[in-house]
Write a protein that binds this ligand. Structure first.
Ligand code: CP
Length: 309
């Protein structure tokens, strides 16, 4: 692996290796505390972020590296400087890898082609969010660790704004590669028109029939900032037909769990008391984000082919 751009391009074995390393770092972080000694990681967030940015920065600190933060809104990007010129300029300050979040899909691929240092995709447009899917996979593997087949054969419903979701795209690839049975559930207006990229998923438009058979519900935020038209009749109707309300939550199996990548729209895709229920694993997801991002940086920077060039 030279960069982390998509889950789609990873094999099942590469995913499992990253998840195993995440667990090892989580269990014994001090064993990895000098892994990034002398290395500087550029945190290039050209779109807002709380979880991804802070967890990458925390992971760099755990591995003994140095963060270089970059505020796109206060930079010369605002004067029209290109993404590549900006990163090439920052490179001269001694950067060893770039974490990039960008509103344009494939922006990380573009940078990775142009740079000889590792690039990590922290979310690009509607395309992919690979470290989010890895931390979700880690959280589900931990949850089902005592079951003989682990994640294999578990039924996961991805429910919500799939059309605008890079998290959904990365998770469909990761969950199906790990053997989970994935159902997408959304109103027709919030589904991509072409689902041929995801041949292994089932699609339904209403959650109620399948909820009692589901082992995990993966909720997606309604992404108002990416919508350029009216995709839902009203927020009240969306909650009524597709939200994980308290009533729908009661229809789940007693051991089913709920995940959400955050930030949550409480009272829309998830009721507030469901968000705070112990079977909702949101804060475990947040915690695992640190270990997964540490594993990605360790993999790319401590054995990277790009680094060896
Ligand atoms: N889940 C996620 O990507 O959250 P942030 O936008 O806060 O990083």
């Amino acid at each position: 692996m030279t960069d982390l751009l998509t889950i789609r391009s990873l094999s099942k074995e590469q995913i499992q290796n990253l998840l195993s390393l995440s667990q090892s770092i989580k269990k014994n972080p001090s064993a990895y505390s000098e892994a990034l000694k002398g290395k500087t990681i550029l945190q290039f967030f050209a779109e807002n972020s709380t979880r991804t940015k802070l967890s990458f920065e925390t992971a760099v600190k755990h591995l003994g590296g140095t963060n270089m933060s970059f505020s796109a809104s206060a930079s010369s990007l605002k004067k029209g400087e290109s993404l590549l010129d900006t990163v090439q300029t920052i490179r001269q300050y001694g950067v060893h890898a770039v974490v990039l979040r960008h509103r344009a899909g494939l922006a990380p691929e573009f940078l990775a082609d142009a740079l000889e240092i590792p690039v990590m995709n922290a979310g690009d447009g509607r395309h992919e969010h690979p470290t989010q899917a890895l931390l979700d996979g880690m959280t589900l593997q931990e949850h089902w660790k005592d079951e003989s087949a682990g994640c294999e054969g578990k039924r996961v419903m991805i429910l919500g704004d799939i059309l605008h979701s890079r998290v959904a795209r990365s998770n469909i690839h990761l969950m199906t590669k790990l053997g989970m049975r994935v159902t997408l559930c959304a109103p027709q207006t919030l589904l991509p028109s072409d689902l041929s990229l995801f041949p292994k998923v089932e699609v339904v438009h209403h959650p109620d029939e399948l909820l009692p058979e589901t082992d995990a519900v993966y909720l997606l935020r309604i992404q108002f900032e990416r919508q350029n038209g009216l995709h839902i009749p009203s927020q009240r109707e969306y909650r009524h037909f597709w939200g994980l309300t308290r009533e729908r939550f009661k229809c789940l199996k007693p051991d089913a769990v709920v995940l959400h990548p955050g930030p949550m729209n409480r009272g829309l895709e998830i009721d507030s008391d469901v968000a705070d229920d112990p079977r909702t694993l949101v804060l475990k997801q947040v915690e695992n984000g640190v270990w997964v991002r540490a594993a990605v940086m360790h993999t790319l920077l401590c054995s990277s082919l790009k680094e060896q060039k």
